[in-house]
Ligand binder design. Structure first.
Ligand code: GRF
Length: 211
């Protein structure tokens, strides 16, 4: 029995290089998925251009557009349900995901974090803040963490971590560049496995069944 094509929605706030890396693998047929939409809390982030160039729908959804949190989350859920979304990928999305949405996509929403969680994670640890903190702390290793999203910031079950060395004279920008290379290599790989139903949760532990 073949694996069906999964429908994924991408949440992204800005540049969208991870989205691009994933989309390229989808376009090549390496990932059995279809991107149903890209959602951002910004009106026209660069990631929207990347999606629009492939005729993928984009949605600008910001909490401030709604009277209250309930209406905001209801709209998000309605959009996602309208596309029959199987999985949500957070690819550089800076807003906290509302709890009812986390619940609705339990074990079906993943995030990439540019450090080795549980270190350098949580509130305020995003973008260059992470890499500056890594360099300032003097650690010799950093990396990426790809994890399921739960109600607690950066604390869901870990799917994959990959490391890269930090040298004594590395700048935060140099660390960021090394980490981004890992992201572009492994985020598409995890999405591929997810879409092939090869990532399972058993007794609260992630099991990857590959090949
Ligand atoms: C990445 O470093 C990712 O780990 C973090 O946000 C950044 C997004 O970069 N969550 P991009 O928009 O995919 O280029």
């Amino acid at each position: 029995m073949g694996v069906s094509v999964k429908k994924i929605a991408v949440f992204a706030s800005g540049r969208g290089s991870n989205y691009e890396a994933i989309q390229q693998q989808i376009d090549k047929g390496k990932i059995k998925a279809q991107t149903v939409c890209v959602i951002s809390e910004h009106a026209s982030p660069p990631v929207f251009e990347k999606a629009k160039s492939r005729n993928i729908p984009t949605h600008f959804i910001n909490r401030k557009q709604f009277k209250n949190g309930d209406e905001y989350v209801a709209e998000l859920i309605q959009i996602l349900a309208g596309y029959d979304t199987d999985y949500i990928l957070l690819a550089g999305y800076l807003k906290l995901i509302p709890a009812p949405l986390v619940k609705a996509y339990e074990n079906r929403m993943i995030n990439i974090h540019p450090a080795l969680l549980p270190n350098f994670g949580g509130k305020g640890f995003y973008g260059m803040n992470v890499h500056r903190a890594v360099v300032e702390s003097g650690v010799s290793v950093t990396g990426i963490t790809i994890h399921f999203v739960n109600e607690k910031y950066d604390q869901g079950n870990v799917i994959l971590q990959k490391e890269v060395s930090v040298h004594a004279d590395d700048t935060p920008e140099e660390v960021a560049a090394k980490v981004l290379q890992l992201e572009h290599r492994y985020f598409p790989e995890v999405v591929r496995l997810l879409c092939e139903d090869k990532i399972k949760i058993l007794n609260n532990k992630v099991i990857i069944e590959d090949e």
